[in-house]
Write a protein that binds this ligand. Sequence first.
Ligand SMILES: Nc1ncnc2c1ncn2[C@@H]1O[C@H](COP(=O)(O)OP(=O)(O)OP(=O)(O)O)[C@@H](O)[C@H]1O
Ligand SMILES: [Mg+2]
Length: 225
Amino acid sequence: MIVACGGIKGGVGKTTIAVHLAVLAAMAGREVLLIDGDSQGSASDFTAIRREALGGDAGYSNVQLFGAAIRAEGMRLAPKYDEIVIDVAGRDSAGQRAAIAIADVVILPFLPGSFDVWGLERTVDLIEEARAYNDHLRTVALLNRADPSDRDNLAAIHTVDGVGDIHVLRARLGNRKAFRSSTGQGLIVTETKPRDDKAIAEIKLLFSEIFPDLCTAESGLSSLG
Ligand SMILES: Nc1ncnc2c1ncn2[C@@H]1O[C@H](COP(=O)(O)OP(=O)(O)OP(=O)(O)O)[C@@H](O)[C@H]1O
Ligand SMILES: [Mg+2]
């Protein structure tokens, strides 16, 4: 399956979500490719730090591809991997289009707050364009950095849910230090101490909504959290 963490809005959590999903899929025993589609190279930096932290092997493969190459190379590489996760650059619309063209699922993170919801509307135009040649595309939105008080969360969810055919996931990620500090160490929240059980439960629910087939007892992920 090809999962793209996309959306034209910057700083909403695309990289954080992409690296968590890639590591969790690898932990479930899948052969995973993480495509870094951003010239900032955050997903590649994460992978380099992770290799260092784990003594050489991140547990998945990582390449950096930009613009239309995400589609061409992504299609060439797809048969070699069980799962591909693409971290898309917010401002690279060619890359955004290319990722959406080959994705099975696009995850659009959004934050509580109307400004971020605006970016989503423009993203939906790109998705509608892609539907002409990618009719199995599933588009889901994820509330990231959710507020402890629910008012802003619900307002944002309400707005996003009405846009295009976007389905807002049940999972949401709270605004938690664990997400920041773990990725800074090349790790994900299930791997860092002190353990943040809420963050682990949130990421586990997200993973189960994106990769339901990988959350079996055999994968070992069912015992996470
Ligand atoms: N749930 C969260 N809780 C706390 N901090 C978070 C959370 N999600 C992301 N962050 C932090 O917010 C910042 C932006 O996140 P991230 O880099 O994942 O977003 P992005 O969409 O990839 O940004 P860019 O557009 O720059 O690529 C980072 O410092 C990250 O650690
Ligand atoms: Mg990023």
